[in-house]
Design a protein. Structure first.
Length: 63
């Protein structure tokens, strides 16, 4: 696995904690805290789009 710089976990009360990470090659990673070896990855642009779409409510139907 590449050298990933992980952010502090994002946790909700009683739920799993998720971590976001990046590497030097411009890839982004999302993993459950403590299971980083099973991360999913894509480009930084894809992560940026995902975060912006969530912030604008495009995933609200999942709540």
């Amino acid at each position: 696995m590449p050298d990933i710089t992980w952010e502090a976990p994002f946790c909700a009360e009683g739920n799993s904690c998720f971590r976001l990470g990046t590497d030097a090659d411009g890839n982004a990673y999302i993993a459950v805290n403590g299971q980083e070896q099973h991360a999913i990855s894509d480009s930084l642009a894809a992560l940026r789009t995902l975060i912006l779409d969530i912030k604008t409510g495009k995933a609200d139907h999942l709540l």
